[in-house]
Design a protein around this ligand. Structure first.
Ligand code: ATP
Ligand code: MN
Ligand code: MN
Length: 308
C-alpha cells in the first residue's frame, strides 16, 4: 500500500485511509508541493520515520498555511482530534495536559491532515519519561559560516566522542546544522544527561574557543558553532529523523553514515523531492547499530572536566 502512495499524484483525497482536506493547496511556494504531496511523502517514508517517532511523546509543528505562514508547536492533544493518535496517560506528568504519540501510518497522515509539517520527539520513551535513551548534540552554526566549517566542527566533536569511546550517529537537521545523536541505556536521569551534554559542549569550547561556544545566543556564536546541549532536558524535543522541515524547499532531517559526512553539501541536501531516490539507493541503513545501549562512564566525566 505504501508503494502505491509513493510518487502518485493524490487525486482521491485519501492517503493511507485518511481523508486529506484541500490536498491541492500549495504549502511551499519554492517547490510547489501541496498538502497532499506532504501527506503522501510521510506515508511513503512511514517505515523509516516510525522507529524514531513511535513510543515517545511528540511535539507537532503545525503550519496550516504552509512555509512562511504562522507556525506553532503543539505538545498536548488538547481539543485537536487527530485520528488514530495515542493520548498518553496523564499520570505520566500530572502537572501537564497529557502527551501524545504517533505510532502508526494513520496517525502520521492524520497529523498532516491537521496541518502538521514537522514531528519533534522527546529524548525519552513514554514508558520511561525520566530516563532518557539518547543525547542529541545540536550543532548550531553562525549562519554566515561556510558549510565546510560545519563539517570540520562535526568531525572534531566526533573525534572527541571516539576518543572517549562513545558511539554516535549523525543526521542533517534539514535547517542549517547537524545533529549528533548518542544512544543511551535507560538508567540516568535528565539532570545527569543534561550535565554530561553540557560537559561535552563546554569541553569543545574550552579546547577550540575559535570554533565552538557552549553559550546560547547569536552574539556568542559569531564566527562559531554553538553546541546546543539544551535539547537534553525533561520536556525538550528535537526534530525526529525523516521529519520534513517547514522551510523553503521542504528539506528533511536525514540520517547519514559517518563516511558521508565529508561529502555532505548542506543540512538541506535531501528534501521531499529527492529523499526517495536516496533511500532506494542505500546499501544499508546509515544508522544500523543505533540501538546501542551505552552508559556514561566515570572516566568520561573526568576526561571532559580535566583542565586543558
Ligand atoms: P537548525 O539546523 O536550523 O538549527 P534545528 O532543528 O536544529 O535546525 P534549532 O533552532 O537548533 O533547530 O532547534 C533545535 C530543536 O529545538 C528543534 O528541532 C525543536 O525540536 C526544538 N525547538 C526549537 N524551538 C522550539 C520552540 N519554540 N518550541 C519547542 N521546541 C523548539
Ligand atoms: Mn539546531
Ligand atoms: Mn539549537
Amino acid at each position: 500500500r505504501v508503494e502505491q502512495v509513493m510518487g502518485r499524484k493524490l487525486v482521491s483525497g485519501k492517503v493511507a485511509g485518511v481523508r486529506i482536506s484541500n490536498p491541492q493547496r500549495v504549502i511551499d511556494q519554492q517547490s510547489g508541493y501541496t498538502k497532499g504531496d506532504v501527506a503522501s511523502f510521510y506515508a511513503s517514508i512511514c517505515e523509516w520515520i516510525m522507529p524514531h517517532l513511535s513510543g515517545r511523546p511528540v511535539s507537532l509543528l503545525r503550519a496550516p498555511d504552509g512555509v512562511g505562514g504562522q507556525q506553532f508547536f503543539q505538545k498536548h492533544a488538547e481539543r485537536l482530534a487527530i485520528p488514530h493518535i495515542r493520548i498518553l496517560d496523564r499520570k505520566l506528568d500530572p502537572e501537564h495536559e497529557p502527551y501524545m504519540e504517533v505510532n502508526n501510518i494513520r496517525a502520521l497522515v492524520g497529523a498532516v491532515q491537521m496541518g502538521t509539517m514537522e514531528f519533534h520527539g522527546w529524548g525519552a520513551n513514554s514508558r520511561n519519561l525520566d530516563q532518557p535513551d539518547r543525547i542529541t548534540l545540536d550543532l548550531d552554526p553562525d549562519p554566515n559560516l561556510p558549510w565546510k566549517s560545519m563539517i570540520e566542527a562535526t568531525e572534531l566533536v566526533l573525534a572527541v566522542l571516539d576518543e572517549l569511546g562513545m558511539q554516535s550517529w549523525l543526521k542533517t537537521s534539514g535547517g542549517r546544522g547537524i545533529h549528533i545523536v548518542i544512544p543511551l541505556a535507560r538508567y540516568a536521569n535528565w539532570e545527569t544527561i543534561k550535565e554530561f551534554s553540557r560537559a561535552i559542549s563546554a569541553f569543545m569550547a574550552r579546547q577550540l574557543p575559535d570554533r565552538f561556544t557552549s553559550k546560547m545566543g547569536p552574539k556568542n556564536r559569531i564566527g562559531k558553532i554553538f553546541i546546543d546541549y539544551l535539547r537534553n532536558q525533561h520536556g525538550a524535543s528535537t526534530v525526529v529523523a525523516y521529519s520534513v522541515r517547514a522551510r523553503p524547499g521542504l528539506p528533511v532531517s536525514v540520517p547519514i553514515a559517518r563516511e558521508e559526512l565529508a561529502e555532505l553539501r548542506g543540512a538541506g541536501q535531501w528534501h521531499v523531492g529527492n529523499l526517495e531516490e536516496r533511500l532506494q539507493g542505500l546499501q544499508e541503513d546509515p544508522w544500523a547499530g543505533f540501538h546501542h545501549r551505552q552508559r556514561i562512564r566515570k572516566e568520561w566525566w573526568e576526561q571532559l572536566e580535566a583542565k586543558a
